[in-house]
Design a protein. Structure first.
Length: 357
């Protein structure tokens, strides 16, 4: 069968032939339906991520971590899954860390975990794979079809929301009528994860969302319009945003984060969600630290998510499917590529590129 692989340490990818694995006791055989591509995949192909590694004893890594697959065979002793079920396979698994004992390997204290398609475990850009049921999240609402491929990136957002709830619990940041409608949120960096985050914030009742990115594009303007988000391009200048409660950074740029800290209101929460080791460095001035202290700010980082976060992501996608399907459709407009077109898919300009297997 075909698979898309990289050789960690080298730039580029190849479409290779690999043998199919048979289903064994306690495992499930899956036919891959769709696999999304994100910034992590692009960085892997460009050899720009230090932690990428193949499974032990191999030199190639099959990439792809935004999967949607169909159960084709269930091994002996497997419960809760049957042929025909749609599932989303989880990215991060196992490890010897304490947190992975109760399914929170997204909070692993050490590096003992693996991530499918990223570090130490093959991913899902291949025709079939055999997997462990504990890492498969069943899609209860199968009507979602291809849109369920957005579950994996959305689970990162659901963890951010979880983190946010912990952060705001240190004080009482709700509006007088107990809703979140008076809160203002700013999203720095307006791409796929930013738009998914806006979908989660809108669901929670945060009405006023401003987003910015360096360069404007037709896609960015259109998705902002669909989500009723106020959007502008900074074109390299400052964003000059002021007087907001929540700041989400998708850029990984120190300069942008400092601007967020400077503009945010007292008790604000700054969530760091994007990484970019190649972003220009920026000085951390003493006044910035004073601001963090004096304003009671919470600055918090978040990566990956738990099985619970995948389930919440599916629920949120179902919500948007019912509320305004156009938003989901827009994500996947012209975005479906064949495995042979993987190179073109990497260069896709819209919000999300997806390989159909
Ligand atoms: C994935 C996460 C993963 C992270 C870092 C992201 O693209 O969605 O699950 O933990 O990359 O490897
Ligand atoms: Zn990703």
């Amino acid at each position: 069968m075909r698979a898309v692989a990289v050789t960690p340490g080298k730039e580029g990818f190849e479409l290779i032939e690999v043998p199919e694995s048979p289903v064994v006791k306690g495992k499930v055989k899956l036919k891959t339906l769709y696999v999304g591509i994100c910034g992590t995949d692009k960085a892997i192909v460009n050899n720009a991520l230090g932690f990428v590694r193949p499974p032990p004893g191999e030199d190639k890594l099959i990439i792809g971590h935004e999967g949607l697959a169909k159960v084709v065979e269930v091994g002996e002793g497997v419960e809760g899954l049957k042929e025909g079920d749609f599932v989303v396979p989880m990215v991060r698994r196992g490890g010897n860390c304490f947190h992975s004992r109760f399914g929170r390997q997204d909070y692993c204290e050490d590096e003992s975990f693996v991530e499918a398609g990223i570090r130490g475990l093959h991913g899902f850009q291949r025709e079939y794979f055999v997997d462990e049921p504990e890492y498969l999240v069943r899609v209860k609402d199968q009507d979602l079809g291809v849109f369920a491929v957005l579950t994996e990136p959305m689970k990162n957002v659901m963890k951010v929301i979880e983190v946010l709830q912990h952060a705001v619990a240190r004080y009482y940041e709700v509006c007088e009528d107990s809703t979140l409608s008076c809160l203002k949120a700013v999203i720095a960096g307006w791409g796929t994860e930013g738009a998914l985050l806006a979908m989660a914030l809108k669901y929670l009742g945060v009405e006023e969302i401003t987003a910015f990115s360096r360069e404007e594009s037709e896609e960015k303007v259109k998705v902002a319009e669909l989500l009723n988000v106020e959007y502008f391009a900074t074109k390299g200048g400052k964003a000059n945003v002021r007087d907001f409660h929540l700041f989400f950074d998708m850029t990984g740029s120190p300069e942008v984060v400092v601007e967020g800290v400077e503009g945010i209101r007292n008790n604000g929460v700054v969530v760091l969600f994007g990484t970019n080791d190649r972003a220009p460095s920026h000085e951390l001035r003493a006044e910035v630290i004073t601001k963090v202290v004096e304003k009671n700010l919470t600055i918090v980082g978040s990566v990956d998510g738990s099985k619970g976060n995948y389930e919440q992501a599916l629920t949120l996608i179902s919500y948007w499917y019912a509320r305004d399907k156009r938003v989901l459709e827009y994500f996947l407009e012209g975005a479906i590529y064949a495995p042979e077109e993987f190179g073109e898919a990497l260069k896709h300009r819209g919000l999300k590129a997806v390989v159909k297997w």
